[in-house]
Design a protein around this ligand. Structure first.
Ligand code: GLU
Length: 256
């Protein structure tokens, strides 16, 4: 179960995403990746095996910037640690998804999607989510409805963050069995699997409840429960200091 971070803002969010990934490195992972929306509206993806530092080199050697992005550190459960299996997973250029957890019914979904003509470039359970969402977008759903319907078809534990150039001004997130938090900013908002990823940019957090699905826009956040009903969730202020999230002298956070 590894790290997710995402942001939508009026500024370049790549440094926020890369810093967020680095702040979650203590959780352990085997690869990392990011999808960023460029000025053209297209999603540009970078992925690399190994340390977030490798991904950072890749990102730094390009001149890409963007005001919306999702990023991930992966701990492989389905498919070996490899660049092709690193997240974000995309269905063509239509949609990008980062996922923590396991999709238990991935074989059934993959068989159906193969019959529908989708081709797979990874061995992950996550790629089925990308194609499932693309199929729903293709049949006219907006990004929120696509994620709501897809989540009703998934079994297992997951936290998801999804972005699409076709519905470009939002990140849609949902969680079932894996944690996900929304960080609130001024005219910018963030998501992460762990508050530590977002401490440099905000102290105000909404912890999504089981089954929640949320639309995260620059100017606000709307949260629905798993039945699609609008809900209110409490905003909590984090008093956690950066020292508290430091591993200190311990090699592993769990030893602390
Ligand atoms: N099951 C997914 C994979 O193997 C996600 C793993 C994770 O939580 O990092 O890619």
């Amino acid at each position: 179960m590894c790290g997710i971070v995402g942001a939508i803002a009026d500024r370049n969010v790549l440094p926020i995403l890369m810093d967020g990934l680095q702040r979650m490195e203590y959780r352990g992972y085997d690869s990392a990746g990011v999808a960023i929306r460029e000025a053209s509206g297209a999603l540009k993806r970078f992925r690399s095996l190994g340390k977030v530092g490798n991904l950072k080199q890749l990102v730094d050697s390009s001149d890409v910037t963007g005001d919306l992005g999702i990023a991930h550190t992966r701990w492989a459960t389905h498919g070996v640690p490899a660049e092709r299996n690193a997240h974000p997973h995309m269905s063509g250029v239509r949609v990008a998804v980062v996922h923590n957890g396991i999709v238990e019914n991935h074989n059934t979904l993959r068989d159906r999607l193969l019959e529908q003509g989708y081709s797979f470039t990874s061995e992950t359970d996550t790629e089925v989510i990308a194609h499932l969402l693309a199929h729903k977008l293709e049949s006219g759903r907006d990004l929120f409805s696509a994620v709501l319907e897809a989540s009703q078809e998934l079994t297992g534990a997951y936290a998801l963050a999804v972005a699409s150039p076709e519905d470009g001004d939002r990140i849609v997130v949902t969680r079932a069995g894996s944690p996900l938090v929304i960080g609130l900013g001024e005219g910018e908002n963030f998501i992460a699997s762990d508050v530590t990823a977002l401490l440099p940019v905000t102290r105000s957090f909404i912890f999504l409840e089981e089954g929640d699905i949320a639309e995260v826009r620059r100017d606000g956040v709307t949260i629905y429960n798993s039945a699609g009903k609008l809900v209110e969730r409490e905003i909590k202020q984090s008093t956690m200091s950066d020292a508290n999230v430091d591993k200190g002298p311990y090699r592993h956070y769990m030893l602390k």
